[in-house]
Design a protein around this ligand. Structure first.
Ligand SMILES: *Cc1c(COP(=O)(O)O)cnc(C)c1O
Length: 368
């Protein structure tokens, strides 16, 4: 990133998330080169907190990215209104009061039961992807409904067939069974003369499996540089770095306590810094007295309870002042705090930490 530019981005914002364009496109290339399959880039939930519009505008320039996937029609509408023109697949399917939105904004639904199929037929939404449930037990037609589905869809353009893995990172037996089940579903369609353009099954954790009859992958966390499992084979890099400004610095006397509830007590005189980032910005309160921020290769630990808008860190012996920038998540000089590290401390998954980064945190695309 150009040095002078950074100052402009920061002006007036106490916290921001830098979205690294180069890392995002490199992660996509890496996945494409590894799989040889088209990319359906998952940008639901505001692109896992990265900012769906900015991320989609970067991704739609990549020819191997054939689809952007959102969870709801409303998310698709937001992208269209911002000028995104790539195809948009709505993973969450279609409900009655969303039909107009699908039509007006050229969104493609994933149809996963007869209720939705009848709606698509009635409303003449011609192009759909069909989802089959091979073990997730959330959305999707059941395998034994296949003949009835095939009978009903004759007038539609079945552009895609899909299924979804619940446990590609933990359950090899189930995942391999799903790969076989889905293959026989695809074969049944083909024997009936239906040849969907896209066959897609793998999510990020599923990339390690061989699904040679599929020609696309639906990837989310891995394009953002998150690892869906410990043994994920690709060296994807974290796309988002979350930064915040120091508001004030002050001294603490031995015996003083910090923040609500006084859960931290100083055992000696200390220096502290107050950072403009709290749980309303998406920092899990669970990191109180546990987590740390980075400042120029130093780890500065969080003292006391994280509050809604601010967090106190230990700055003893550190030259730090108001307007200085600390790194809440991501890379600072040679050190890096990964979403996975924070997720582990909070007994959750990196996905949740990513999409919790709140609206108040300004997203800026950087070119490094
Ligand atoms: C969210 C989602 C994905 C992406 O999963 P990742 O683990 O982030 O790669 C793929 N398919 C469906 C149906 C999803 O809901």
């Amino acid at each position: 990133m150009v040095k002078g530019e950074k100052k402009i981005y920061l002006k007036g914002f106490r916290s921001w998330a830098e979205i690294n364009r180069k890392r995002l496109t490199e992660n996509v290339s890496m996945i494409y080169n590894f799989t040889g399959k088209y990319i359906f880039a998952v940008v639901k939930a505001d692109a896992y907190g990265h900012g769906a519009v900015n991320v989609s505008k970067i991704l739609e320039e990549i020819p191997e990215v054939r689809y952007l996937c959102v969870a709801t029609a409303e998310e698709g509408k937001e992208l269209r209104k911002a000028g995104v023109s790539k195809k948009i697949l709505v993973l969450g399917g279609i409900l009655d009061d969303e039909v107009k939105c699908f039509r007006d904004y050229s969104l493609i639904p994933v149809v996963s039961d007869f209720y939705q199929l009848n709606l698509a037929l009635k409303e003449n939404l011609k192009t759909v992807h069909l989802k089959f449930d091979t073990g997730m037990h959330r959305l999707g037609f059941l395998s034994d409904e296949i003949e009835e589905v095939i009978k009903k869809v004759k007038g539609l353009d079945i552009e895609g067939l899909m299924s979804h893995f619940p446990s590609a990172d933990t359950d090899r037996e189930l995942t391999e069974k799903q790969i076989l089940t889905f293959r026989s579903i695809v074969n049944t369609f083909q024997r009936s003369g239906i040849y969907p353009k896209y066959i897609h099954l793998q999510n990020s954790a599923g990339l390690v499996y061989n699904c040679d009859y599929c020609n696309a992958v639906r990837v989310g966390i891995s394009i953002y540089g998150g690892k869906p499992s410990n043994n994920f084979p690709l060296p994807v890099k974290t796309v988002m770095s979350v930064k915040a400004k120091v508001i004030t610095v002050k001294k603490l006397k031995k015996g003083d306590t910090v923040s609500y509830g006084g859960t931290f007590r100083a055992h000696r005189d200390m220096d502290i810094a107050v950072v403009a980032f709290g749980y309303a910005d998406g920092l899990p309160r669970e990191l109180s007295n546990k987590g740390f921020f980075l400042f120029k290769d130093r780890k500065l630990r969080i003292l006391g309870n994280i509050t809604m808008d601010m967090t106190v860190i230990d700055a003893t012996g550190i030259k730090i002042k108001p307007m200085d920038t600390v790194t809440v998540i991501g890379k600072d000089c040679k050190k890096e705090i990964y979403f996975e590290d924070i997720a582990k401390m909070c007994r959750t998954i990196p996905y949740e930490i990513m999409c919790r980064i709140s609206k108040r945190v300004k997203r800026v695309v950087v070119d490094e």
